[in-house]
Design a protein around this ligand. Structure first.
Ligand code: HEC
Length: 110
């Protein structure tokens, strides 16, 4: 086997591995990525009574406008899971981990 043939054979061996990695990458970022649109709905049902209809006007709780400047996504998730009083803990009931991530993604857009 000369050198060029061997390189070609190796390239063919690589192709399925790369394809598998590409597919795995897509599958990973697809369904598990936080969904801000879904978060908006979760917000309306669980948070709007205190933070206002859109989150920008506030109410019992502060306006969440520009919240992303104070808390990044991870910090927002962590706050919603373990808020300071008087904000009530809504995790793990009625919101599960996924719903907390979605609503945090929505808060980050305000
Ligand atoms: C019963 C009223 C109430 C509900 C319901 C509520 N909050 Fe709050 N929230 C508060 C109050 C009051 C504060 C301020 C607490 C403090 O500063 O110690 C707060 C603070 C926050 C903060 C931090 C604001 C800052 O100062 O950085 C975030 C983010 C937040 N709420 C998001 C949410 C989200 C998302 C939901 C729905 C899943 C929610 N809250 C539901 C009352 C509420």
């Amino acid at each position: 086997m000369d050198c060029r043939k061997r390189t070609l054979a190796r390239a063919w061996l690589c192709a399925p591995v790369l394809l598998a990695l590409a597919l795995f990458g897509c599958a990973k970022s697809g369904p598990s990525a936080p969904d801000a649109a879904r978060g908006k709905q979760i917000y309306a049902e669980n948070c709007a009574t205190c933070h206002g209809a859109t989150g920008r006007e506030g109410g019992t709780g502060p306006s969440l406008t520009g919240e992303h400047k104070y808390k990044n996504f991870a910090a927002a998730v962590s706050w919603i899971e373990h808020p300071e009083a008087p904000m009530p803990a809504l995790y793990p009931d009625p919101l599960d981990q996924r719903e907390v991530e979605d609503v945090a993604a929505f808060v980050e857009t305000l």
